[in-house]
Write a protein that binds this ligand. Structure first.
Ligand code: ZN
Length: 440
């Protein structure tokens, strides 16, 4: 919280450095017309090569060229040299809940209004950006608060990552994406509840009408919902096909929350683009995901937080019990999926655990079978493919947004460096650590 002031001062300093008169700005200033960013190393995430002696020429919000430092400097554009750090593309997270607070779970969530949640989302968006995550998919929130956040960020009113919002998560009556905490007389029901093929099509259309850019639905029970079985499928194949067909007609990707083996398989047969959680995926499921070109998003750091802090923050005893069944199994499934060459992306479920700690998942991904490069690719080029945004994000490459972060040392030698991000640029604007790394 306290840091924002100094970060903001640093951002202004960077803009001045870029020879642009610093305006009396409210939040984010426009990117300089032309600037050069350089550091000891640049990671090419496609090949894993570390480039030295190179620089990035940035025009407005996009990357124009990568080339030898001396040649680019001849253009006369101001140079920001970060010194002994490694530049990487801005990270992305396929599964966050920006409007959820990790300190508020279970029955406590019933006391939080949507306007209040939205303000929580403003703070979490900033925290997420400062942790180096420049693009996130927000997979489910009430009243299109995620669409409002996306727009406020895009308008420069508040700092935050690029957001791909889902609006309401679609689910069956009484399922994981419904609210089942109150007795019947309260008529409590989540906004994305829909039963039957035409009702789910309508739910997709409503989400799109109000600004969703991805469709999320719940294909099985979940850990944190009351009264749902993690292994049990929710929605029939026919309903899932209707969701996927309608979303794809409208040009949106589909993310299916699924823990249980049958729900995972049925969602894959229905043609979803990603399985979220993927906990009990079996060999046949992994092969089906590969054959269908579907991505697997597995939140394998999350367990540590739920089991250590869950009781304190109000997570229901039945949910803690479910997490005990699912945690280790999900990590084993992750290892099997990586070994089989499935397309595993980076999705953390931040919001269940504290926003800003997203990068802690990298070390767990490496512990459970990925190389450091694969883990970084999961949060850059793989997510960009899943989102259908390879032209814009995922690599430091000409034409893409100048979303660039820096870490001290070499993250390929020590993946925990990803938790020490000390520079964040989004769209050519510096949000964190613009001065020399020694000042960070
Ligand atoms: Zn989630």
């Amino acid at each position: 919280m306290m840091r924002w002031k100094s970060v903001f001062a640093a951002a202004i300093a960077a803009i001045s450095l870029a020879a642009r008169a610093a305006p009396a700005l409210a939040q984010s200033a426009p990117a300089p017309a032309l600037q050069i960013l350089t550091a000891a190393r640049i990671l090419d995430v496609e090949t894993g090569r570390l480039l030295t002696g190179q620089a990035v020429l940035i025009e407005g919000e996009r990357i124009k060229e990568i080339g030898p430092r001396a040649r680019l400097a001849a253009s006369g554009a101001p140079v920001l040299d970060l010194g002994d750090v490694t530049l990487l593309p801005g990270l992305s997270d396929a599964h966050v809940h920006l409007t959820s607070s990790a300190e508020v779970h279970g029955l406590r969530r019933l006391t939080v209004s949507i306007p209040r949640e939205t303000i929580t989302g403003v703070a979490n968006a900033r925290t997420t950006l400062m942790a180096g995550f420049t693009t996130v998919r927000n997979v489910g929130t009430g009243a299109f608060a995620d669409v409002a956040l996306r727009d406020a960020i895009a308008d420069g009113e508040i700092p935050g990552p690029r957001i791909i919002p889902a609006g309401y998560a679609i689910g069956i009556t009484g399922g994981h994406c419904d609210s089942n905490l109150l007795p019947e007389q309260y008529r409590e029901r989540e906004g994305g509840v829909a039963d039957g093929p035409w009702a789910v099509r309508e739910a997709v259309r409503r989400n799109v009408k109000y600004g969703a850019e991805v469709i999320k639905f719940c294909a099985t029970g979940g850990v944190l919902s009351k009264g749902t079985k993690i292994g049990a499928q929710q929605f029939t194949l026919e309903e899932m096909q209707a969701i996927v067909d309608e979303a794809h007609l409208l040009g949106l990707k589909v993310a299916a929350h699924a823990h249980g083996t049958d729900g995972i398989r049925t969602a894959l047969e229905a043609g979803v683009d990603s399985i979220e959680h993927s906990s009990f995926i079996d060999t046949a499921g992994i092969e089906l995901a590969k054959a269908k070109g579907a991505f697997l998003s597995m939140d394998i750091y999350n367990t540590d937080y739920i089991l250590s802090e869950g009781e304190k923050v109000g997570i229901l005893p039945e949910s803690l019990e479910k997490e005990r069944q699912v945690g280790r199994r999900q990590r084993e499934s992750f290892r099997a999926a990586v070994k089989a060459g499935a397309r595993v992306v980076f999705g953390s479920d931040a919001g269940v655990y504290p926003h800003g700690d997203n990068a802690r998942q990298f070390a767990v991904m490496v512990e459970w079978g990925m190389t450091p490069l694969q883990a970084i690719q999961a949060a850059t080029i793989m997510n960009a493919k899943l989102f259908g945004r390879e032209a814009d994000i995922g690599a430091i490459a000409p034409g893409r947004y100048a979303d660039i972060i820096a870490v001290p040392g070499n993250p390929l030698d020590d993946i925990r460096r990803m938790e020490a991000i000390n520079f964040v640029m989004k769209g050519g604007v510096v949000y964190r650590g613009a001065n020399a790394p020694s000042s960070n």
